[in-house]
Design a protein around this ligand. Structure first.
Ligand SMILES: Cc1ncc(COP(=O)(O)O)c(C=O)c1O
Length: 349
């Protein structure tokens, strides 16, 4: 089925061009969430049926990134998911980030400065060249939140391998529209509330088996137990032998909304979503006189754009003084026309 045949699963008000901020829920996710909330309100069920969604979402995420579900943990936020990795770094390690990296992938390293963890940064254009001997860990987004720049992951993998650095990828702005796998990556984390169209609070992390061995499961509680149901009380601790020991006990309803959304992304197909999003982004770029790009996020400097969009009811974002417009599976050519029309008075003629 084509993307347009799935369109009736969303109800966007025209002009939602800000999936880089949050994605809109597809009907299966929305309805599963409403049903769970109704059951919660009256105490209709125990929590276990809600939790089945966590397993489904974990497995779907693993398939989306070409990983084994046993190497995927669940959590609440990107920053919290990175905590065990940052903790595993030896004192004095050097971490390389992009100058404009989203801070949830900067602060988790920087809070270790008091034990000599040194965070250095490089511009997006020079990033691969900055992966030099002495860098112990590279922490970078697959798609930059502020600019939409798509990382050359293959080059970053090769350079990191060459200098023996661990590679940690924040794929929050990528998984769901950009084909990506964990080949050569030590960790990949993604919050699902943007391109995976899930409620906020459903975060996923891949940890390579080698990195799992190095990390302490700092968020372990009952849910990280080998058998969560026999791990409620007492001092006996048997944690899951796989990446599940890094699980943060899940916010049930976030995962209830996440599982159907991730499965729908799989059903439609990331390749197809990628083509759809790029076609719209490039149509928008053409309307602004920009050359075609490779991102679902368009970032451009355009004075007066924010006001023009607000007046026309187009919802986009401004990041670092630049207009940021993002297109996803439910975006249409009508959205592109609406946005370009709104910019009539301010775009270059
Ligand atoms: C690249 C990236 N990572 C992470 C997040 C969210 O971080 P957290 O899950 O820590 O709230 C965002 C939100 O905009 C983001 O753009």
């Amino acid at each position: 089925m084509s993307v347009s045949e799935y369109a009736e699963l969303w109800e966007p008000r025209p002009g939602w061009l800000n999936t880089a901020s949050y994605g809109l829920p597809p009907r299966p996710g929305w309805e599963a969430l409403q049903a769970a909330l109704r059951d919660w309100q009256v105490g209709a069920t125990s929590w276990e049926p809600w939790d089945e969604s966590t397993t489904r979402a974990r497995e779907s995420f693993a398939r989306l990134i070409g990983a084994d579900a046993a190497d995927v943990f669940v959590g609440s936020t990107v920053s919290a998911a990175l905590v065990p990795i940052a903790d595993s770094l030896p004192d004095g390690s050097t971490v390389l980030v992009d100058d404009i990296e989203f801070t949830s992938n900067v602060f988790p390293w920087k809070v270790h400065e008091d034990r000599g963890i040194h965070v250095v940064s490089a511009g997006t254009a020079d990033f691969v060249d900055a992966i030099r001997p002495g860098i112990d860990l590279v922490a970078v987004s697959a798609v930059q939140s502020a600019t939409g720049t798509v990382l050359d992951l293959a080059k970053v993998v090769a350079a990191s391998k060459e200098v023996g650095a661990l590679l940690v990828v924040d794929a929050s702005q990528a998984v769901g529209w950009l084909p990506i796998t964990v080949d050569g990556v030590d960790a990949l984390v993604a919050h699902g509330y943007k391109w995976l169209m899930s409620p906020r609070g459903a975060t996923f992390g891949y940890l390579s088996p080698r990195l799992q061995e190095r990390c302490r499961p700092l968020a372990a509680g009952w849910y990280a137990g080998e058998d969560a149901h026999t791990s409620y009380y007492g001092t006996r601790m048997h944690l899951a032998p796989d990446a599940r020991r890094f699980d943060q006990s899940p916010a049930w309803f976030s995962f209830v909304g996440a599982a159907p959304a991730l499965e729908l992304v799989e059903e439609i197909g990331v390749e197809q979503i990628h083509r759809h999003n790029l076609a719209l982004a490039n149509e928008f770029r053409a309307g602004l006189g920009l050359p075609p790009g490779d991102s679902a996020i368009v970032s451009t400097e355009l004075a007066g754009a924010e006001e023009a969009f607000a007046a026309a009811g187009v919802r986009a974002a401004v990041r670092g003084g630049r207009l940021r417009v993002s297109f996803h599976v439910y975006s249409t050519e009508a959205d592109v026309r609406l946005a370009l029309k709104a910019l009539d008075g301010v775009r270059p003629s």
